[in-house]
Design a protein around this ligand. Structure first.
Ligand code: 4FV
Length: 264
């Protein structure tokens, strides 16, 4: 996967390439990365990349010519690539979109500044408009980093063998189960017994159930537009029965007896 970032602040990406899994993936040539300064494609002595909006109004707009020049140059370097404009008007980024983008050979990420880019660039040069969330940033650079980070870790060989993207949160539309590591007891709280039992069948079952309950408690929106597996339906029905029992017994015994109480 080849990443090309178009920005007027290429230095912002220097630290991004130099740490963690992204750095390792670059060193292992699992991904390649390049930044192009949009200003290098601006004409005139002052190489301006922005101008006042037609029709008046506050702020400045990024001029189309430098952007078009930079996109053409990037396309020369990574012909088989998709162009992505990071903008609040875009499709909301999530793990499904990350998986889709990871299927391409290359991504050219355009980081806007000011009030945004001249709309004519969107018409003729942009394959995807992507938003990382319903809020307004001062520039698209951070959004480009978010997209690169989430897509890069889905590229085969980027994540070590031990940590696979398959088991990620959202990989099956649920949020991940709780994670624990040493010490076995921390400030009086023990790690759930099942996790030190060595019984991998029980551990997988526990992880699946806690992943489902966490999604139920924290992100019910994820459950709403999701087709439930028979196993999930069975577990949810068991909880309903548990809850019924508690209601019927006037709540004396306390919640979720079977499922240990530190899965929140
Ligand atoms: C943004 C977002 C975002 C808008 C104007 C940059 C700013 C400025 N990009 N997801 N939310 N971009 O706020 O991707 O050009």
């Amino acid at each position: 996967m080849n990443f090309v970032v178009l920005t007027i602040f290429p230095e912002m990406f220097n630290p991004f390439w130099e740490f963690g899994i992204i750095r390792r993936a670059l060193l292992r040539k699992k991904i390649s990365a390049l930044t192009l300064n949009i200003r290098d494609f601006a004409k005139g002595k002052h190489r301006i990349t922005d101008d006042r909006p037609y029709g008046g109004g506050c702020g400045m707009v990024m001029k189309p010519e430098p952007l078009a020049g930079a996109i053409r140059a990037a396309k020369k370097k990574v012909p088989e690539s998709k162009t992505i404009l990071l903008t609040p008007q875009g499709r909301t980024f999530n793990q499904n979109v990350a998986r889709e983008l990871a299927s391409f050979d290359g991504l050219i990420l355009i980081s806007g500044r000011y009030e945004g880019v001249d709309e004519r660039i969107c018409h003729d040069y942009i394959d995807y408009e992507i938003s990382i969330g319903d809020y307004v940033l001062t520039g698209g650079e951070l959004a480009a980093m978010v997209v690169i980070d989430a897509v890069a870790r889905l590229i085969p060989g980027v994540l070590g063998s031990s940590d696979s993207a398959e088991k990620d949160s959202f990989s099956c539309g649920l949020i991940e189960h709780a994670q624990f590591t040493r010490p076995r007891t921390f400030e009086g709280e023990d790690v759930p017994e099942v996790l030190v039992s060595g019984n991998h069948g029980e551990i997988e079952k526990w992880r699946f159930e806690t992943s489902l309950i966490r999604t139920f408690l924290k992100r019910q929106d994820l459950l709403k537009n999701r087709s439930l597996s028979s196993q999930e339906i069975e577990i949810l029905k068991k909880w309903c029965r548990d809850i019924e029992k508690i209601i019927n017994s006037g709540g004396k015994r306390g919640r979720f007896s079977k499922v240990s109480n530190n899965h929140h």
